[in-house]
Design a protein. Structure first.
Length: 297
């Protein structure tokens, strides 16, 4: 079965202060998304689709895509306003992308089979891709989906607040998601969020979702409904995968099988995160989790 990894790499990276997706953090100048791709290919994925800003396509093709093209099918999609419905009147001062649902839809004509989404600026660990590939191979229809959640305490940043989809999981299936902003450490290392204190043991979404390709039509309808409901002044509102999944769950359009990862997540949200990521990757190479060079050269 063909399985597709959709790499969400078109975000502006405003908190990091630039194109964090192409920041060189590995011991030989690797960028973070290369580790996701390496692990996904090892797990059995047969296609990688990058979703990018137009100005990043050539750079990502040269630095990543061309180096993996002999191991996996590689495609590129651009997230821009050209894919918006003709009836939508784009606000003149809108600069922010329309979110992860729109990003996936920008690649809908390229996706060849059951697909997983990942953030380009996150490190997920090998187990996540093994679990997700298993989930994708079992998706028989658009009513079935999958996710790999993480333990909240394994996904924190030392350098500021993060947003996480806090998940309620029952009998191995996702029941609902609560998008929670500004999760951060308090003075005594307690974990606080916009709704109060958290235990750190909650399961959270890190945008590693698995979907059947037939669901893309429903995603298109969902996104268009989102646009219709937008007020002109909401120029930063985004259509996000966890919120879409939650609404589909409540309407019983899908069921989402959950296979949690025990791994520690790390990623680049703030500039100060970079040093920690570099250190973590150096440790993984040193332990033999990854070869000296991801590409054997």
């Amino acid at each position: 079965m063909e399985t597709t990894l959709v790499v969400l790499a078109a975000g502006l990276g405003s908190r990091f202060g630039g194109n964090k997706q192409i920041s060189h953090v590995g011991p030989h100048g690797e960028i973070l998304m290369e580790y996701c791709i390496y692990d996904a290919i090892e797990a059995g994925f047969s296609q990688v689709v990058f979703i990018l800003k137009e100005e990043m396509v050539d750079l990502v093709r040269e630095t990543v895509g061309d180096r993996i093209a002999d191991r996996v099918r590689v495609d590129y999609a651009v997230q821009d306003t050209s894919s918006l419905p003709a009836w939508y009147d784009l606000p003149a001062d809108r600069t922010k992308p329309f979110g992860t649902v729109h990003a996936v839809l920008c690649a809908k004509d390229l996706i060849r089979g059951p697909f997983a989404t990942v953030n380009a600026d996150d490190y997920y660990g090998k187990e996540a891709f093994r679990l997700m590939h298993e989930l994708l191979c079992d998706l028989a229809s658009k009513e079935k989906a999958g996710m790999v959640p993480y333990i909240l305490g394994n996904t924190m940043s030392e350098n500021g607040g993060v947003t996480r989809g806090v998940c309620e999981i029952r009998d191995g299936y996702l029941d609902h998601v609560v998008e929670t902003h500004e999760i951060h450490y308090g003075e005594n290392r307690e974990i606080l969020g916009e709704f109060g204190e958290l235990t750190g043991k909650e399961m959270v979404s890190m945008n590693i979702w698995g979907f059947h390709p037939d669901l893309l039509a429903d995603m298109q309808t969902y996104f268009e409904d989102f646009l219709r409901a937008l007020k002109p002044e909401e120029i930063k509102a985004e259509c996000l995968l966890p919120i879409m999944v939650n609404e589909f769950l409540q309407k019983k359009k899908i069921s989402v099988l959950s296979k949690p990862s025990p791994d520690r997540w790390f990623g680049i949200t703030y500039k100060a995160d970079r040093e920690a990521v570099e250190n973590e990757l150096a440790k993984l190479h040193g332990l033999g989790v990854y070869p000296d060079s991801l590409y054997g050269c």
